[in-house]
Design a binder for this molecule. Structure first.
Ligand code: ATP
Ligand code: MG
Length: 332
């Protein structure tokens, strides 16, 4: 049986990167797969979160998923901490994964920064918890942005090592689904950095909660170079900021980069940015409005998350029981 699992951290506002790289793709997948979508609050606390901010962000991220078209009637939507089995399986995987594997993870290196001694242990074992999120449901397909590819390879390694250590065919092969044109949306301030909801600069990203003027300002001020737009995508070589804006335009308009380039060939960025801002507002505006409506109605989102947690736990618990059996935990 095929099952989709994916998650987003409530570590800030949802960004255009989260939308184009992940959430938008979930909407289509939920038609064809049994789908489980998680607000991963256990992951979020691998870096400091103010408790009240975390609680609000959890509601807001869930509202963002629903406003984007993830349907709580079709898919399971819940927050991770409500399903205790995630943390428990993560512990077991801490004992399966090898230090050498985790030492190669680039996200840890980026997020820990220069002073690794001061990073939380949770940030280091983050990929083991992510493997637990997916394998707790024996999910087979995981729609994510390009940045999560390495963590998914680790998930496969953990599944395979567990299967071979215990001599079982228990966990399935997990397949990443990296879909669409904008699999790695870059920062508006630096075309070599990923757009992230936890970036200290709000000007680096477009949030799903931004209003029309804020979006227009952020795009107007987005870094570009002095050259006009090229005739073909070949002319974007060595121009990461220009390439990023054209990719975003294409993803929002449902056009290829080649089509966008030919539309704006030889023009300066001022016209292009004005159109990109209008296009962004057209696509994101209705989502922002719906998100606002849903978060103002607090009990609705909370009840979706509560029901989702019950449904998720009902799938997870029997699988975890089997894992206990395989590992050799005594149940008198
Ligand atoms: P943080 O900075 O706290 O890590 P984030 O913006 O990276 O936040 P996550 O919650 O870590 O968001 O990731 C949620 C999903 O969004 C993942 O599937 C991830 O691959 C995807 N994603 C995140 N950033 C981008 C981006 N810039 N472009 C495309 N996909 C992205
Ligand atoms: Mg991230």
């Amino acid at each position: 049986q095929e099952r989709v699992f994916s998650g987003v951290q409530p570590s800030g506002n949802l960004t255009l990167g989260n939308y184009l790289g992940a959430i938008r793709n979930w909407v289509g997948l939920q038609q064809d797969y049994e789908s489980i979508f998680c607000v991963v609050d256990l992951h979020a606390i691998t870096v400091w979160q103010e408790p009240e901010v975390l609680r609000n962000a959890t509601r807001e991220v869930a509202a963002g998923m629903i406003a984007s078209g993830v349907d709580p009637k079709q898919s399971i939507i819940f927050n991770q901490s409500q399903v205790r089995q995630h943390a428990e399986l993560a512990w077991i995987f801490n004992c399966v994964a090898r230090l050498g594997w985790l030492n190669r993870m680039t996200q840890f290196k980026e997020k820990a920064g220069k002073n690794k001694e001061r990073a939380s242990v949770g940030l280091y074992v983050y990929p083991n918890l992510m493997a637990a999120d997916i394998l707790l449901y024996k999910a087979t397909h995981v729609p994510v942005g390009e940045d999560q590819k390495q963590h998914l390879e680790l998930t496969r390694d953990i599944a395979q090592k567990f299967n071979s250590d215990y001599g079982v065919e228990f966990f399935p092969d997990v397949e990443p689904l990296i879909l669409g044109e904008a699999t790695r949306v870059m920062s508006l301030r630096d075309g070599t950095n990923k757009m992230s909801k936890s970036d200290p600069s709000d000007m680096s990203r477009i949030n799903l909660t931004d209003d029309r003027d804020t979006i227009a300002k952020k795009i107007r001020k987005a870094r570009t170079d002095a050259e006009p737009l090229p005739e073909t995508p070949d002319g974007l070589e060595g121009r990461p900021e220009a390439k990023n804006l054209i990719t975003i335009f294409g993803a929002l308009a449902g056009k290829s980069s080649a089509e966008v380039c030919s539309q704006y060939a030889g023009k300066g960025f001022a016209d292009f940015k004005r159109d990109l801002a209008d296009l962004s507002v057209d696509v994101l505006g209705p989502i922002t409005e719906e998100m606002k409506r849903l978060t103002e109605e607090k009990t609705y989102v909370d009840s979706v998350l509560r029901e989702g947690a019950d449904k998720a736990a009902a799938i997870a618990e029997p699988i975890l029981q089997e894992i206990h059996e395989i590992v050799g935990f005594l149940k008198p």
